[in-house]
Design a protein around this ligand. Sequence first.
Ligand code: PMP
Length: 417
Amino acid sequence: SSKYSPESFRSQFPLFEQRENRDLIYLDNAATTQRPAPVIDAIVDFYRHSNANTHRSSHRLARRATEMVEQTRQQAASFLNARSGREIVFCRGATEALNLLANSLCCGLRAGDEIVLSTIEHHANLVPWQMMAARYGLKLRYVPHTAGVPQFDRLGEVLGERTRIVSLTGGSNALGLRPDLASIASQLRDRELHWIVDGSQLAAHERVDVQALGCDFFVCSAHKFYGPTGVGLLYGRENLMAAMPPWQGGGEMIAEVGLYQSQYADLPHKFEAGTSPLGSLAGLGAALAFLQQQDREAMAAHEQAMLQWLHRELAQLPHLRLLSQPQHNLGIVAFAPVDAAPADLSLWLDGRDIAVRVGHHCAQPLIRASGEGATVRASVAGYTTWRDCEAFLDAVREFQRISEPQGSVKATQGEWQ
Ligand code: PMP
């Protein structure tokens, strides 16, 4: 990765050019990345020059807005390698995409049908299924796990006659753990069920090819891969989505409306009720074009090298429990200080302008199973530099020096993994 320059990548992000952010060490990328200039410009340009609601058949600006949305859809289809734009639905984010799937897929199920999840899912891939389970009498089953960490190679043990949906992460936002999706695919092969991949953390770090993956549905959020908030992607196989009922009703999603019933529009519009976040869609198009110009393999190699090093260094600190592992990891280091509150460490880092996340990371069942109340999470992106990593480690070491009780040495690493 010697060719790759995180500094030149970083120079494309105006936030880091602001005087107050010059020295910012931003390690909260799993929550949201920053946006590069082309993305910000596309949003501003849309509202400044071509704002109108979408409608093919009316005036010039409306036609232009419609073209922008459909062009972004084509870019999204090629970003995920979908077969066509009809397989791409724009949502408010991964959360809305998962709620759409839960509502649309579960209303056809019968009491006693089963949905398989894992203990490391984000709340967005837990709560909607719990709501549907309560509404339709469905049963939730979990991939076998040890202290909250799923053993995805044992997925077969929870699949049965009544399994209808398997909805699993493509990468954990709390641990970075990236399941072997090829192995999941082979365990699900030839079964009559729907496989959903929550690719929220995956899309920023790896090229996604939904056809090669073989999943039925894939969801992700633009703001995790340098795009705007308020817009996410739902990929679904065309034949499946064509047969699914719409979730939300309203304008834009209909063909004909009567007083007592209506006919719905074709895919993908059937699932896009109401006015879309047009500025965000313009920004998404710019983010996809921006990503396409990057050497993503080199960027991933740089991120992986930093991740390996951070894990190696943190593993040597005695008063710290490392929860993440460097292998099969999408850019996250998660740990908890042994003798201090995670929130105190995060405040200490904030005091040095180092931004990390502390808490349960919207994965409460997992964090609870780890025996911790909260963890500290540092997550890297293409603009993270080696200097950022060194400064972060120095600050953690310094915190340990000032907070550790004299003479007590506790090494409790490892037993949880
Ligand atoms: N799933 C995962 C794995 C995530 O990391 C996130 C965002 N933290 C979501 C789902 C939800 O994404 P959003 O809040 O953008 O809808």
